[in-house]
Design a protein around this ligand. Structure first.
Ligand code: 1PR
Length: 529
């Protein structure tokens, strides 16, 4: 029996699912006494440090946690569950952590994108039972803007490189804590979790230990989901956002089955977009929550869900905040939520008033769940311009001329699945969303969507140059070379594709092999049934 500390923020379902998939049962802590009576405790911290410590205090968990850890019983901290062991965090200087390991928690100071999101390796510093069975060159899933800095080198189990070397796991007696997420790190992560659960002995060193690790470029499979005219929830795919063929919604498969297939084929992340979320209220659209619940039972890579995340009033006049909608998605197994239409409206209001309200969905969700949990899905369309001064938006010089031979264009934001163009450009949108707390940009492109013509490199370069958060390049993948191109000609951290995967035109394994052959760092892990 594993006792799990769920203090009510973020996705603990995936940790529960991962533990249960290993044949172990989970007891969730309700009161402080449950901590004191635990035999093996897992603390998957998620969200923001200050919010976490505040809740731990409110629930009277702080002293119980200290007592449990001081008794040297098995403890596994994950992400914020690692950071909580330290006394001081730059993220919330006013709130003390548990102070059980000497050192502090610092924000990444690097020119690279922050948060550090994705699959990175471990420089193993000493043996540990959690490393049993590892080869040493595996990658694990990280998602964080802060990292720990331990005073005592003897507690450091591994480090990872991201701009510089930071501590990625620690061990002190029976207390082990990782900055990476074993529950989101595929089969390799499950092995680490299993080693903890089974108390694998003896301590082991992986076969090899790399010196210097590299963050992998991520390949994301995207599932656009909606109900067809018969009311069945299907994965569909548009051509420039038009998902109908001969009047019917294209049906490319069932969401849960397809997600499972992509996990097995080696996708680094799965994204679900509820594409009619702008008109259906997600909390009434239970099938989508069910899709997440089912998927997260056996898909152990990060899951993002978008569609309909905004404030809402139901037919009975009851108001729901975007935060409540997001919370339901997180509880159902999502690691990140993505906001589309609402982000455009928030940025328009911000630009009109010149100030942040502190109450927008972006601000509220990132405050509770952390910036890394908030993705902004942008649906831009090219608008050509004769000259840079002919429009009041940032323009780029393009190598793809417009219908009248125009040499300039800007990228107009749209809402409601591309149905309505707004007087706002994608660069400004991305910049303001970053300022408000977004952690990642999912950069679609209506012109390229479903065309197989390749990613819009100009759009991606314009946006990556104007923000410091990671950008996911999306729309237009048609050939293996397109993936190589997007990673060598832009600073995009991930490439997302849909049609080529759904139609089985390009297997994900082939994308990974091709990139590997062309010196692009990727994660290799093919899961065999
Ligand atoms: O506005 O917050 O409710 O969110 C709605 C979400 O649904 C947004 O993220 C929006 O991008 C998405 N969406 C709405 N309508 C469509 C549509 O296609 N009619 N899909 C849609 C956006 C783009 C990508 C697609 C890539 C790769 N789809 O999801 O997967 O373009 O495709 P490809 O590789 O086949 O070229 P809100």
């Amino acid at each position: 029996m594993i006792t799990l500390l769920d203090y009510g923020a973020g996705n603990v379902r995936s940790v529960i699912n991962a533990i249960e998939s290993l044949g172990e049962s989970v007891k969730i802590i309700r009161v402080a006494e449950d901590i004191l009576s635990a035999e093996k405790l897992v603390f998957p911290g998620v969200g923001a440090f200050g919010n976490m410590m505040q809740i731990l205090h409110e629930k009277n968990f702080v002293e119980a946690l200290k007592a449990y850890i001081n008794s040297d019983r098995p403890f596994l901290g994950i992400c914020l569950g690692l950071q909580a062991l330290f006394k001081y965090s730059e993220e919330a200087p006013q709130l003390e952590g548990l102070g059980l390991i000497a050192g502090s928690v610092k924000r990444f100071e690097t020119d690279l994108s922050v948060p550090h999101i994705g699959w990175n390796g471990l420089n193993i510093k000493q043996d540990s039972r959690i490393f049993k069975g590892l080869n040493g060159d595996e990658k694990f899933y990280f998602v964080h803007s802060y990292h720990v800095d331990a005073d005592d080198p003897s507690v450091i189990l591994s480090t990872t490189n991201y701009g510089y070397e930071f501590v990625s796991s620690v061990q002190k007696g029976n207390v082990i804590a990782t900055q990476f997420h074993p529950e989101k790190s595929g089969r390799t992560g499950l092995l680490v979790l299993d080693n903890f659960i089974k108390g694998a002995k003896p301590s082991s060193l992986p076969v090899q230990s790399p010196t210097g690790t590299i963050l992998a470029k991520r390949i994301i499979a995207c599932l656009d989901v909606r109900a067809n005219d018969r009311g069945d929830l299907v994965v569909t795919k548009g051509d420039q956002y038009d998902v109908r063929e001969n009047g019917d919604v294209r049906n490319l498969g069932k969401p849960v089955e397809l997600a499972r297939r992509y996990y097995e084929e080696g996708a680094d992340e799965i994204t679900f977009l509820n594409i009619t979320g702008f008109r259906d209220f997600p909390l009434e659209d239970m099938p989508m929550l069910e899709v997440l619940k089912q998927t997260s039972k056996n898909v152990f890579v990060p899951l993002t869900i978008g569609g309909g995340i905004r404030d809402y009033q139901d037919k009975n006049g009851r108001k729901y905040s975007a935060l409540e909608v997001a919370a339901e998605y997180f509880r159902s197994g999502a690691d990140k939520i993505s906001i589309g239409s609402d982000a455009v409206l928030i940025v328009e209001a911000y630009l009109a008033s010149g100030r942040a309200t502190g109450e927008s969905s972006i601000e509220e969700i990132s405050r509770v769940y952390g910036n890394q949990a908030v993705v902004i899905s942008v649906d831009p369309r090219r608008v050509y311009a004769e000259s840079p001064d002919s429009v009041a938006h940032p323009v780029i010089k393009t190598v793809i001329p417009g219908p009248e031979g125009e040499r300039y264009c800007w990228y107009q934001c749209t809402i409601n699945g591309g149905r309505e163009g707004r007087d706002l450009d994608a660069i400004t949108l991305a910049q303001v969303c970053e300022k408000l707390g977004a952690g990642e940009i999912l950069l679609n492109c209506i012109d390229r969507d479903g065309t197989n013509m390749g990613f819009d490199i100009e759009l991606i370069n314009a946006v990556t140059a104007s923000v410091s958060i990671p950008v996911i390049a999306s729309s237009g993948a048609g050939r293996l070379a397109h993936f190589q191109e997007v990673f060598t000609e832009t600073e995009a951290e991930s490439a997302l594709a849909a049609g080529v995967f759904h139609r089985r035109e390009i297997p994900i394994e082939d994308v990974k092999s091709y990139l590997n052959d062309n010196q692009v760092e990727i994660r290799r892990e093919i899961i065999r049934k």
